[in-house]
Design a protein. Structure first.
Ligand SMILES: Nc1nc2c(ncn2[C@@H]2O[C@H](COP(=O)(O)OP(=O)(O)OP(=O)(O)O)[C@@H](O)[C@H]2O)c(=O)[nH]1
Length: 353
């Protein structure tokens, strides 16, 4: 489950809890009132539904099937409203409840499902109202006025709820995208890298596809800042970010890992193929200098590569492994790619540069 979905469900859980407690109190009050008015069938339904709401109020906190419970709550709730409106002895004021249908639907179900639920039950509510209250005893223009009031007020509520939910979803997407973006380069940041790794590694494991993790570090970047200034250093970082983005696949995840380090998740790519591709990138970067108004700056990179499964299963382990190989690339003279452990004192391991 993505973080966004978890957040959405938490927000909807809170709304649902408030609604459930209101439904319980309302159910009890209306049950007593309707019982006294002789509408014992409606009173019984309201009492049972009120008690069910109280039970669900506790259940909804922990359930993993939130959306299913919302549907189980909402469908009878709306049917009871419409049934209440259609009962001959009920008052016209029940129609006020029909106006809550879009608000409840959109808040609990989001834009798409909320739209279809609102439309269906609002149309049923309007039909029930007309069946009960449009009468041949009224003159024609009064009937038209009542009808227009009911139809317009219902669809106005639905439009407000729709516009509100659309804006809320767009703002939420915008905030989430900002939270996952590095402001300097526009690439994904570390948080987004973590999130994407969870999704991509789960897919790789399910389809038994390879997944390769690359850590890039620009060589002697400090000297660019020292010689040309921090602003030029920033431009150089943007240049490399654009270069990497242009020369990697859209399906891969490229992130600024921090400072002058970048990370790349290469989907459906084994470590040997990853090594070849990153090495080709390294060579291409050497031929793609960063040009300022005054001069051309040659930028090179070193990279360490690790393989999902072979070198670990979680991102921290894989980055750790890639970082050790990157460190070795730096120690070994920079401007190179390393995807295997260096030869150790006891002779195990090998090295691919
Ligand atoms: N302009 C700019 N510089 C940054 C930014 N983040 C980190 N740096 C600089 O990147 C430089 C990294 O320096 P070092 O860690 O010494 O590494 P290096 O000079 O690249 O040397 P090696 O990694 O050993 O090849 C530091 O001078 C940081 O100030 C940034 O956002 N903008």
């Amino acid at each position: 489950m993505t973080d966004q979905l978890v957040q959405n469900i938490q927000y909807r859980r809170d709304v649902m809890r408030v609604l459930l407690i209101i439904t319980f109190i309302g159910g009890c009050i209306f049950s007593v009132v309707n019982f006294q008015r002789g509408l014992w069938q409606l009173a019984l339904i309201e009492l049972v539904y009120g008690l069910f709401s109280l039970w669900l109020w506790r259940r909804i906190l922990t359930t993993e099937h939130f959306q299913r419970w919302v549907t189980i709550y909402v469908v009878p709730f709306f049917i009871i409203m419409i049934y209440g409106l259609s009962v001959p002895q009920s008052s016209e004021s029940i129609f006020v409840w029909i106006l809550t249908i879009p608000v409840i639907s959109y808040l609990l179900m989001g834009r798409k499902q909320g739209f279809w639920f609102s439309l269906t039950f609002i149309i049923c509510g309007i039909l029930a109202y007309h069946w009960r209250f449009i009468s041949t005893e009224h003159n024609f223009s009064l009937n038209v006025a009542i009808s227009v009031n009911v139809i317009l007020s219902s669809f106005l509520m639905m439009t407000f709820a729709h516009v509100y939910e659309k804006n809320r979803e767009q703002n939420e997407d915008r905030l989430l995208s900002l939270a996952g973006t590095d402001p300097l380069t526009g690439l994904a940041n570390r948080m987004k890298l973590n999130e994407s790794f969870h999704q991509l590694s789960a897919l790789a494991a399910r389809h038994q596809d390879p997944l390769t993790v690359v850590l890039f570090d620009l060589d002697l970047f400090k000297s660019i800042n020292d010689v040309h200034g921090h602003a030029v250093g920033d431009d150089a970082l943007r240049h490399v970010a654009n270069f990497l983005q242009k020369n990697t696949r859209k399906s891969d995840l490229l992130a600024r890992f921090g400072g002058e380090e970048f990370a790349l998740l290469m989907v459906a790519t084994d470590i040997d193929k990853g090594h070849q591709q990153v090495n080709a990138l390294r060579k291409l970067l050497m031929k793609t200098p960063f040009t300022t108004q005054k001069c051309e700056i040659q930028i090179t990179l070193s990279a360490g590569i690790a393989s999902f499964g072979q070198d670990g299963h979680d991102l921290d382990n894989l980055l750790d492994k890639a970082d050790k190989r990157l460190y070795f690339a730096k120690e070994n003279g920079r401007n190179q790619v390393i995807s295997q452990d260096p030869i150790t004192a006891n002779g195990t391991g090998n090295l691919k540069v």
